[in-house]
Design a protein around this ligand. Structure first.
Ligand code: FAD
Ligand code: NAD
Length: 478
């Protein structure tokens, strides 16, 4: 006999656990199934984000940043430390502790919200039935009026550079190196390549990133990308653009192994020899085995679940959210979809505004944006005004020794409504939310310019950039 629920969620990542908790808050009887195991071999809720994504990468970014600052920034403050060393084991153990705290936190939240967890692999059957192959070998059958598919994503593997967990790795391996690799190669100068490349660079690895496209960070505002590239190069990150990789071969070198990577760029064919190779060329929906025959749920050519703007699959009572559906693969996008779907099921007006989803890349300097880039506005023929302001003229940033970068505000030329905000610099992962709020409230550049910002703070760069839209920034020539 199938156990009956109001809502069954497959996947307890950011999208799935938000949906489960919100549905439970709204009075529904909820089950949530997740197949993942933690490093200790025990079930771990929270998905890619908590286990091998957002949280562990930020833990390592923070550890490595402290080490880098100690060597490169502390001196100018008059602080000197002799014989600074990095204990990679201790750094990884700290990261693992944080991961455990947060994955365990989801289990506690499930308990507090009376959500029934199932640990194993879930498959949707026709008629809103879900079969679960549990880790203890048993099978469970669940039935629900509504099933939410939140299966997330996996790393894309290149056919000529298969992951071996040792020398050729994805994010999972690169978050767990036992020692700093002398030479780290990265395929893909995207978000993961830049964040994890930065971690190991700061700890002393020689890092070379091979990117197929001729442009760096093509999705970001072109000026932001240019400034970031300049800063990354200053830090010693070697980024080779227009590099088409064709092969990666692990070869023995004495007692060790190294990876020979063949690629071609404008100058012809080249070989890069590294100790570890991180492949970070994007992620794909983890929908393999998720759907039994005859469910009626459709996948597109890339394996993503097809949904409408409300995350409905078109099959009665079946929804899909997060990385396994269209839209940016971001944890907070999944959060919002999870909440919206739970609310729609409860008859409330759930909604996600895709126009105001912020992007953040947690490098040094950080990169963040919301809304349209100048390239997009030009291509769409939207008349706009731009105002920008450098952190080098912001007292707080200079006092912190972090003068790199700027804030740019884009506003409609006629209505002054803010259409985008683009930031590169210290702390911009937090600052970007001024742009999100302004856009959500349909505010103008003039609104931002007339809002009092405390002095001295980094957020003054937003204030001055908004004033610069009308050429009235106080702290620079307009
Ligand atoms: P997932 O987090 O992938 O969770 C899906 C869960 O479902 C998994 O636990 C999986 O085991 C389970 N599952 C799948 N199929 C089944 C099944 N059939 N039965 C049972 N269980 C199943 N995003 C940000 O916004 N900010 C960041 O800083 C950031 N950093 C990242 C860093 C790295 C290294 C990586 C890899 C990703 C990062 N992301 C970041 C992206 C973010 O992790 C994802 O967008 C987010 O985790 C997607 O959430 P989700 O719930 O859709 O899927
Ligand atoms: P990505 O899409 O950000 O970058 C992949 C890069 O690899 C692209 O620049 C692409 O042109 C390049 N590429 C693709 N094939 C290639 C090849 N054969 N040779 C050389 N270069 C190649 O993907 P990612 O870095 O793997 O990250 C996956 C997703 O995870 C991101 O899109 C993002 O949604 C999410 N993520 C977000 C954050 C964050 O929000 N801070 C952090 C990490 C990951």
């Amino acid at each position: 006999m199938a156990e009956q629920f109001d809502v069954v969620v497959i996947g307890a990542g950011p999208a799935g656990y938000h949906a489960a908790i919100r549905a439970a808050q709204l009075g529904m009887k909820v089950a949530c199934i997740d197949a993942a195991l933690g490093k200790d071999g025990k079930p771990a809720l929270g998905g890619t984000c908590l286990r091998v994504g957002c949280i562990p990468s930020k833990a390592l970014l923070d550890s490595s940043r402290q080490y880098w600052n100690l060597q490169h920034l502390f001196g100018e403050h008059g602080i000197s430390v002799k014989d600074a060393r990095i204990d990679v084991g201790a750094m990884i153990a700290r990261k693992d502790k944080i991961v455990k705290q947060f994955t365990g936190g989801i289990a506690m939240l499930f308990k507090a919200n009376k959500i029934t967890p199932y640990y194993g692999f879930g498959q949707l059957q026709p008629g809103n039935v879900v079969k679960v192959k549990q880790h203890d070998g048993s099978e469970a059958e669940l039935k629900a009026a509504n099933v939410i598919l939140a299966a997330g994503s996996d790393s894309i593997e290149l056919p000529f550079a298969k992951f071996d967990g040792e020398n050729i790795v994805d994010n999972v391996g690169a978050l767990d190196f036992a020692a700093v690799p002398k030479r780290l190669g990265v395929i893909g100068a995207g978000v993961i390549g830049l964040e994890l490349g930065s971690v190991w660079k700061r700890l002393g690895a020689e890092v070379t990133i091979l990117e197929a496209l001729p442009d760096f960070l093509a999705a970001a505002d072109a000026e932001v990308a240019k400034t970031a590239l300049k800063e990354f190069k200053k830090q010693g990150l070697e980024i080779r653009l227009g590099a088409k990789v064709s092969n990666a071969e692990v070869k023995a070198k004495g007692k060790n192994k190294e990876v020979h990577v063949t690629y071609a760029d404008a100058e012809g064919e080249k070989t890069l020899v590294v100790d570890k190779l991180l492949v970070a060329v994007g992620r794909r929906a983890a929908t393999r085995g998720l759907l039994a025959e005859g469910t009626g749920v459709k996948l597109d050519q890339r394996g993503m679940i097809e949904v409408d703007e409300h995350c409905h699959t078109g099959v009665d009572g079946v929804w899909a959210i997060g990385d396994c559906v269209r839209g940016p693969m971001l944890a907070h996008k999944g959060f919002e979809e999870g909440i919206a779907v739970a609310e729609l099921i409860a008859g409330l007006p759930g909604h996600v505004n895709f126009e105001t989803i912020p992007w953040v890349i947690y490098t040094e300097p950080e990169i963040a944006w919301v809304g349209k880039t100048e390239q997009q506005l030009k291509a769409e023929g939207v008349p706009y005004k731009a105002g920008s302001f450098p952190f080098a003229a912001i007292g707080r940033a200079v006092a912190m020794g972090e003068p790199a970068g700027f804030v740019k505000v884009l506003a409609h030329a006629e209505t002054d409504r803010v259409l985008g905000m683009h930031l590169v610099g210290v702390g911009v992962s937090e600052l970007v939310h001024e742009g999100v709020l302004t856009m959500e409230f349909k505010g103008s550049a003039d609104d931002l310019a007339r809002i009092c910002h405390a002095h001295p703070t980094l957020s003054e760069a937003i204030h001055d950039a908004a004033m610069a839209v009308d050429k009235r920034a106080i702290h620079k020539a307009n």
